[in-house]
Design a protein around this ligand. Structure first.
Ligand SMILES: Nc1ncnc2c1ncn2[C@@H]1O[C@H](COP(=O)(O)OP(=O)(O)OP(=O)(O)O)[C@@H](O)[C@H]1O
Ligand SMILES: [Mg+2]
Length: 285
């Protein structure tokens, strides 16, 4: 039975409010059954924050933590996530060789051999030291890596390896759909108020209920709407997080906005900024 997020798993150690039940569930899932847990939630619900508490707690308990964050701009790169993860994983050179194309072998590998080698590596490594793979933003994981991750996650029962992933939205990607899912619900009213207090946001008696109402228990929305309204009153409460971000952008100098626009157009590849930002003739206001 879960003991809630206590000891190393207390969210409070990282400034998190209202997630101790969730953290306790994750700790128990990583230790038992399929040893895999999938955290789901809308943008800003706190998935990355929860994963970061879990990573700290797992490391404090003596596990080897292998964390990875997927990026939208890399989702079309076959085995992109796996290559990045294995590049920093101890003793994974042989598996990495299988997915890195060479002049002699331009095409990737026998899929079954790759999966068995990866599983062998995971089992050997976790015998020496319990380990956990932590993958954030899995909605952006390339399909070939995801398929390998799913294969591994289905074969961890009885081992000392665990897998913890986070996914935006309600529906995990197919290879991870049959594992226990932990949804991040909206924060309760008392926790939402505690979050605002801890962030040092002073809201007047009219602005506070408006922020609580519009944020609907979403931590990111509480912080962004709270920051916009702090010291300014109810008229300053943005209608949504998007509006709050829009207002912040509008206050930036035009040149800074142009650079941000270029960076966004580059789909995460900041090389587009090289030497172009000063020459561009963007017609943004
Ligand atoms: N329980 C919490 N207590 C205090 N602050 C929190 C809590 N959860 C999240 N936050 C804060 O809210 C913001 C958004 O959290 P986070 O980045 O973890 O959300 P997310 O679900 O990963 O969002 P995304 O889908 O965009 O990746 C961060 O600034 C984080 O520090
Ligand atoms: Mg996140």
């Amino acid at each position: 039975m879960s003991r809630g997020g206590s000891g190393f798993w207390a969210g409070e150690l990282d400034g998190l409010v209202g997630r101790d039940v969730t953290l306790g569930m994750l700790r128990d899932l990583l230790d038992s059954g399929s040893r895999t847990a999938v955290v789901t939630g809308i943008p800003g619900a706190g998935k990355t924050s929860v994963l970061s508490v879990a990573a700290r707690a797992c490391a404090a308990e003596g596990r080897l933590v292998l964390p990875f964050t997927c990026h939208d701009s890399d989702r079309d790169l076959a085995f992109g996530m796996l290559v990045d993860l294995l590049s920093v994983a101890p003793g994974a050179e042989k598996v990495l060789d299988l997915v890195l194309p060479t002049a002699a072998r331009p095409v990737a590998v026998d899929p079954l051999r790759l999966r068995l080698e990866a599983l062998g590596w995971l089992e050997r490594t976790s015998e020496a030291q319990p380990l956990v793979l932590i993958v954030d933003d899995t909605q952006w994981c390339d399909e070939s890596s995801l398929s390998v991750l799913g294969f591994l996650a289905h074969r961890l029962t009885g081992s000392h390896a665990s897998v913890l992933v986070a996914v935006r939205g309600d529906v995990p990607p197919e290879p991870l759909r049959r594992h226990p899912q932990v949804r991040l619900p909206p924060l309760a009213d008392a926790d939402a108020r505690a979050l605002l207090r801890r962030a040092g946001l002073q809201l007047d008696v009219l602005a506070l209920p408006s922020v609580l109402d519009r944020a609907a228990g979403n931590p990111l929305a509480l912080l962004e709407l709270g920051r916009a309204a702090a010291g300014a009153g109810i008229e300053a409460v943005p209608s949504s997080v998007e509006t709050a971000f829009g207002e912040q952008l509008a206050r930036l100098p035009a040149a800074t906005r142009r650079v941000l626009l270029l960076a966004a157009a580059g789909d995460g590849d900041l090389r587009v900024l090289g030497g172009r930002s000063t020459r561009t003739s963007c017609s943004t206001p």
